[in-house]
Design a protein around this ligand. Sequence first.
Ligand SMILES: [Fe+2]
Length: 306
Amino acid sequence: MNRQEIDKLVKQMNVDTATGEVNPRIQQVVVRLLGDLFQAIEDLDLSSTEVWKGLEYFADAGKANELGLLAAGLGLEHYLDLRADEADAKAGITGGTPRTIEGPLYVAGAPESVGFARMDDGSESDHVDTLFIEGKVTDTDGNIIPNAKVEVWHANSLGNYSFFDKSQSDFNLRRTILSDENGQYVAQTTMPVGYGCPPEGTTQFVLNLLGRHGNRPSHVHYFVSAPGYRKLTTQFNIEGDKYLWDDFAFATRDGLVATAVDVADEAEIARRGVDKAFKHITFNVELVKDKTAAPTSEVDRRRASA
Ligand SMILES: [Fe+2]
């Protein structure tokens, strides 16, 4: 069949058959995607078995709760970031800390504090480096933003996230820090480690067939929001990781690479109230002022909450 015949058939089956109220947007999307799918089946001469295996794959990925991971791994989530950048540029919105993917592992409801938070529960402190992350939240002119909500989450030294990894305590390595009167936030935590997709999971299954690895560099996730500013979804990826620029989820971007500096100075160690040398990362955040008629920077997606 050619595209004209396909489109006619799709319309006959899914548009002309409507007897109830139609959601025009959903109809438009379904008709378009079906037409594209039928065309791909035609072009690639997909067998019935291949089509059913494809549907079974999505069923399995959904059951394993890996569709979010798949969206990151196939670059769909990064593509949405690039589109959002384009839409911002068209609306005259420039500057600010770059956005990058949220990933599937945010959990709402983390403990909140002002200025400072200790993020780790201490269970790894004997064998993992302590990390201090600190930065300022400002607008694009450098004016400080006090009381900005800085939500931070990252993996432990095994590359696992609390909540999804039930062996960790509740909200381990997840905090909400409100910037203080100087726009400053400080997090005391442990060095995260990059992680890979579950090796036996549905995402890695398809990556294997594409000859791709499923690894991410060590990184820390952020949501930063403040009244009157556009919400920022971002992360920094840590310099020195072998996957820094070979991230399976394509989250590393210019402006989002952080360097972990070793601090062994005794006075600094004492000032921080720790008992050993630590690593330090500066990550400042620049928020962009909200503008009427700007494309929204909020993404409505299903998220875990605890
Ligand atoms: Fe992550």
